[in-house]
Design a protein around this ligand. Sequence first.
Ligand code: FES
Length: 166
Amino acid sequence: MSYKINQIKFVETDEQRKAMDKVLAAHAGQNDAAVAVLEEVQNIYGYLPEKVLQRVSIALDKSTEELFSIGTFYSQFSLYPKGKYNFSMCLGTACYVNGSKEVNEKIKELLGIGEGECTADGKFSVNPMRCVGCCGLAPVLTVNEEVYGKLTVKEVENIVNKYKSK
Ligand code: FES
């Protein structure tokens, strides 16, 4: 099995390192604690950095392949950090029937990344969501705190370009 490893530069603060050391010490040798430990990794870093998974692998005596399998299987885990600008297209029913799938495809094409991924420069990520409660604006896109409604494939190109030029 092969995995697409992200190319994002890994940065770790002292606090994150210390918190992770504590988690690994508490679960050392516990081969069956992988999901619990990965939840801690996700909480500490916001995603599952490859370098940290290597440390988890050694501490739990579990292969990195198995850890990646768990990381890709459960939706609460992400192998990528969120980008500076996180594009979240609503794929809830009202948005979906109003074309959100096509708009989301266009966003991925324009940014050159797939769902749950982040660009190598850390600037953009794509993480679709379910209903955000403003169905009257369907289809809805959020970019961080900004909300865009009644979007079309044509309009989203301008929005992506706006953030690319920032
Ligand atoms: S379905 Fe998209 S906002 Fe409700």
